[in-house]
Design a binder for this molecule. Sequence first.
Ligand code: ADP
Ligand code: ASP
Ligand code: MG
Length: 447
Amino acid sequence: MSRFERSKLLVQKYGGSSVATPEHIRKVADRIIACQAEARHMVVAVSAMGKTTDQLIAMAGLVSSRPSGREMDQLLACGETIAVSLLSLALQDRGVPAVSLTASQVGIRTDGSFNRARIANVDTSRLVHELESGRVIIVAGFQGVTRDHEITTLGRGGGDITGAALAAALNAPVCEICTDVDGVYTADPNVVEDARLVPEMSYEAAIELAASGAKVLHPRAAEICMQYDVPIHVRSTFHRGQGTWIRGGVMEDAAVVGITSDKKIAKVTLLDVRDEPGLAAAIFRDLAREDVNVRLIIQAAATHDRNRITFVTDNDQVDRIKELESTWRTRKIVGDVQVDLNVAKIAIVGSRIASTPGLAARMFTALAKVGVNIDCISTSEMKVSCVIGCDDLDQAVRAVHAEFFGTSRIASTHAAGGAKRPSAKQVAPRKAATKTAGATTRRRVLK
Ligand code: ADP
Ligand code: ASP
Ligand code: MG
């Protein structure tokens, strides 16, 4: 038995692409062993192998036209359960004591919202016991369990949330998100060739980037780490070079931290909406009741007592809107509903966007120069986003990225190295912020 010491704890999360094949799993096992030489205790959250979750969703679609949330979570959680057992087996094969645990074996307690459950608390007693017994713990990411022992999942990309929640609950010095790119870039490095690795950023910028489409990190993971003051290190699974540090006390150098894109959206236009007080309230209440995420709303000025309301939502939620359409028509609230799936969103994200004049104009000019038409615009203190045609998206992201991160504007410092992008340029790093050590708690509530 070795007493649990939080300063010697490393919490890591490996994504699906990092454990896509048995060979990947063996390599991750070797990496964990190398990391263990530096950290005495290791807790590792793991996602399902490769595209397993997509395949399970597709399979459910072959047997059911409206799969229930409960059964879907029961099914999807299996992907992560397979991955953790295999990784634990690979570690044991190398002589390392390891144990795989599902969320329910750990006690990752969530609410009962299937497919999008939120973690209420993490019981650390089993974790601490296993660590004190000298075992590496491999935890199934993305899963949760309700008070009534129902299996839940945390939403797509939710493995990051598990990593963050484990790190927060154990008061870990760092939460490492190990992935298939070297860190967080100024744009998706798989879309923009000369995207720059950002060495560090604030929690706020990371949350905003993630929420507006930078898939490398789940926004909720960054929120949890911000709330519990746990620094996040987003880094490559395939080498040990530095990636992106996300933590408190970082002042962004430039107003624009990154360019994000999101293809998984739909634009919904409600035509002939009666121009009466309370009708918008009724429509958006119905949408909220059906759990439809509404991201951007534009109401055109009324003509002939009729309004036009446009909003953007996730493309997998249009079925629910189609169901609402008939009730709206029956209640004579709306004349017609048009759904456009051939749209995408591009955003500039940063820390002082609205209060820095000219940024929106530069973005719109860059889009105009490559002939991209803007459909809708929304702004906030941390971003300007535009809805454009889906086919224009990659070209638009490259043009806007070139406008804000042209080589002359960014100091290129040390190379990050790496499997996928071996010679990544970086945005100039600032002085690192330090984290103060806190006391270990055995059970913490994650609101
Ligand atoms: P994992 O399987 O490790 O969870 P994801 O596929 O969820 O990995 O996230 C990593 C992917 O995120 C990268 O391959 C990259 O294409 C994409 N991505 C989007 N925006 C960014 C960004 N700004 N920086 C880095 N990666 C990004
Ligand atoms: N396997 C889940 C998904 O594909 C969770 C994750 O990968 O983080 O969404
Ligand atoms: Mg992910």
